[in-house]
Write a protein that binds this ligand. Structure first.
Ligand code: ZN
Length: 278
């Protein structure tokens, strides 16, 4: 992706910030060292947050652009924001923090990573990456209930990696309903393609079609970081980067996001007590 593309994304984000009725756009500044030590590379970190925080409602965080070569994840999230800028019903279901371009320098260069994969360094004490530090500060303020990190895989169907907490209510073990399976069901109803999972070498266990259960002990991913910081459901949405049309790929971002939010927010009143005891 070229520089021009970035500035058009930034303009689009600013535009959403002006128009959105339920989310504020906050802008943080990240300073990155360059190879020439006398210079610093500065860029913005864009953060959409609910105008009012209601502690009775679930707290949902969505991120995209951890990898710089998955642009449809970013534009899919922007499309989600645009489509719902007036949607009181959906926007008032939860409190939101949405970071559409996490790793702006990598996005600018159209590369997966700059200086190593930040998607493997979350929560690690020795890291000193300013992007990570800022993201950890943003999402570390309050415990997040439901987290979605948007990525792309070269498949021809969407899939999810998920970590979910189990809880005790009295002496009984409480299993939360499986949100990714609920999303898969919705997508199938819309005739959207799900990754079969056959022959997957993705790490984790294939739990059902398109849903891969990952190991919470694996450290360094954004998802395991959020999980270990208390998210009841922490998952990766892998839009099908193998599909030809970019408008279709974007649809595989905003449709499952909305579906996941609705299911999680719908179940929250019932499970709030166990989820919040952490
Ligand atoms: Zn990725």
């Amino acid at each position: 992706m070229t520089k021009t593309k970035i500035s058009s994304l930034e303009r689009r984000i600013a535009n959403i910030g002006r128009k959105h009725r339920y989310l504020n756009l906050n802008v943080g500044e990240v300073s990155l060292p360059t190879s020439d030590e006398s210079e610093e590379h500065k860029h913005n970190m864009y953060i959409f947050e609910s105008k009012k925080f209601d502690p009775e409602k679930p707290y949902i965080t969505i991120a995209a652009g951890v990898h710089g070569d998955e642009p449809d994840g970013i534009t899919g999230v922007l499309e989600f924001l645009e489509r719902n800028s007036d949607n009181q019903e959906l926007m008032s279901m939860a409190n939101y923090t949405i970071i559409p371009m996490v790793n702006l320098q990598a996005i600018e260069q159209g590369q997966r990573n700059v200086d190593g994969d930040i998607g493997r360094q979350f929560g690690k004490k020795h890291q000193d990456d300013p992007v990570l530090r800022m993201v950890e500060r943003i999402v570390g303020d309050r415990p997040v209930d439901f987290f979605v990190d948007v990525h792309g895989e070269r498949f021809k169907g969407v899939c999810f990696y998920v970590q979910e907490q189990t809880y005790k209510r009295g002496r009984k073990k409480v299993e939360l309903p499986q949100i990714p399976e609920m999303i898969v069901k919705d997508l199938k109803q819309k005739s959207m393609k799900i990754y079969s999972g056959r022959g997957n070498n993705l790490g984790g266990t294939l739990r059902s079609q398109g849903v891969i259960q990952t190991d919470a002990r694996e450290k360094g991913t954004f998802e395991s970081y959020m999980y270990r910081n208390g998210a009841a459901v922490s998952m990766t949405l892998e839009y099908p980067a193998g599909l030809k049309r970019c408008d279709t790929r974007r649809k595989y971002v905003y449709v499952p996001l909305e579906s996941g939010i609705r299911h999680f927010a719908g179940l929250f009143p019932e499970y709030k007590d166990v989820i919040r005891k952490r």
